[in-house]
Design a protein around this ligand. Structure first.
Ligand code: RFL
Length: 386
């Protein structure tokens, strides 16, 4: 069988790309290793930034994907128990993000693609790309084979796409931030504002997951396994770190650890294959940019493919990797800057670094220019191939 684009992976990157291509009349087939229930149930990110919402709007998908979702409010950073608010939507000139859980976004994108007659094949085993440096690559999987003009590697960090590129063609960068987070989902009333707390007791955060549930994050020390903490200890730690003695304990419904790591692969293209989203880069959750980067990559690739197919203009395909990498490194820097600020500001073991982090926080609150620069990144920077 033949198609124009084979998309490997039906996560945020793959389903964004599939919908963008469909709306522009470019044929594609999506091959996903897992079943639909698994893909639609995976909870991770929770924020579609303003720029990503604009991208969906350009394809007439904003209402479907983000319509009615709550808008971002001010953010509270509590420093040694003292609340400080930063009005991100205001400082960005009225460009609020939207709170959309990743699994809901993926469900909506899958539905929209299938309603439009899209070809999405779940449980595709042993997906393997071939002939990527030729004119007509092929992708095989158990029970099928597709030939195509382009392969979009949207299969996440552990996928097959990046591994199909000869090692000597790629430069990779890995960085371990040395910070571990214990995250728990609990039946506990949402905080008034998204809350991050910085103190000598360690970083903690609380975010709404609907009106009656919260997701908490607690920094933990290397070598510990906080999943073994008795619930009472988790609640004591949260009360201490959030400076909230009245925080009610609720049922804990999920426990996970997240190690802060970064990764970038360069370039994001090899022959006729293009890497999109986590297949090419992972970023720490600080700043909530991972999913938004995936959406922006998908957008740039869709534009480049449409220009090549409709107008015979391949310039966008050549510009894809450098354009995506420029944004990726910008966001890696932002996420590192943010993580240093909120983690080192409570870290007594390095007093000099702690004072620098506190100065960074003061500047964020006291300087409108610094606040605006922060809010601009939160809203999402420009997405262009140029
Ligand atoms: P995904 O989501 O990993 O999807 C890849 C898809 O490809 C499929 N696949 C294959 N299919 C066919 N053949 C193969 N060989 C395949 N191998 C894999 C997989 O089954 C899957 O369906 O990558 P994608 O689409 O690039 O999307 C990236 C985002 O998911 C990721 O950046 C975010 O989740 C990162 N992230 C966050 N991003 C944010 O913007 N804001 C956040 O607050 C945020 N919090 C998070 C996060 C990621 C986390 N984890 C667990 C990595 C919190 C966590 C805990």
């Amino acid at each position: 069988a033949e198609t124009t684009v084979v998309i490997i992976g039906a996560g945020p990157a793959g389903m964004s790309l599939a919908n963008f291509l469909q709306r522009r009349g470019v044929d594609c087939v999506v091959l996903e290793a897992r079943d639909r229930a698994y893909v639609e149930g995976r909870q991770r990110a929770g924020i579609i930034d303003h720029r990503a919402e604009q991208i969906f709007a350009e394809f007439g998908l904003a209402e479907q994907v983000a319509g009615g979702a709550p808008l971002e409010t001010s953010l509270e950073i509590r420093v040694d128990g003292v609340p400080r608010l930063i009005d991100v939507p205001e400082l960005s000139g009225g460009r609020p993000s939207r709170l959309v859980p990743q699994q809901l976004m993926v469900q909506r994108l899958i539905r929209s693609f299938l309603d439009g007659g899209g070809d999405l094949r779940f449980e595709a085993r042993d997906v393997t790309p071939h002939g990527l440096d030729g004119d007509r690559p092929r992708v095989t999987y158990q029970g099928g084979e597709l030939s195509c003009s382009y392969v979009a590697g949207c299969d996440g960090f552990h996928g097959v796409s990046r591994r199909s590129i000869p090692e000597e063609e790629l430069t990779t960068y890995s960085f371990d931030h040395g910070i571990g987070w214990y995250t728990v989902l609990a039946d506990c009333p949402a905080p008034r504002y998204p809350l991050m707390a910085v103190s000598r007791h360690g970083f903690a955060a609380q975010f709404a997951r609907g009106p009656h549930a919260s997701r908490f994050y607690l920094q933990y020390r290397p070598g510990e396994d906080p999943r073994q903490w008795p619930d009472e200890h988790t609640w004591d730690e949260l009360r201490l770190r959030l400076g909230d003695e009245m925080l009610p304990a609720g049922r804990i419904t999920g426990r996970e650890v997240v190690d802060m790591r970064s990764f970038v692969a360069e370039p994001m293209a090899y022959g006729r294959m293009f890497l999109v989203g986590d297949a090419a880069h992972i970023i720490t959750p600080m700043g909530a940019k991972g999913m938004n980067l995936a959406i922006a990559d998908a957008y740039l690739l869709a534009r480049a493919i449409v220009a090549a197919e409709r107008d015979g203009d391949a310039a966008g395909l050549a510009a894809y990797s450098p354009a995506c990498l420029r944004r990726t490194w910008d966001y890696q820097e932002f996420s590192r800057w943010y993580a240093e600020m909120v983690h080192f500001a409570g870290d007594d073991s390095e007093p000099f670094r702690r004072r620098l982090a506190l100065a960074r926080l003061d500047r964020l609150f006291d300087s409108p220019a610094a606040g605006a620069a922060f809010a601009d990144l939160m809203a999402g920077t420009e997405v262009t191939l140029g």
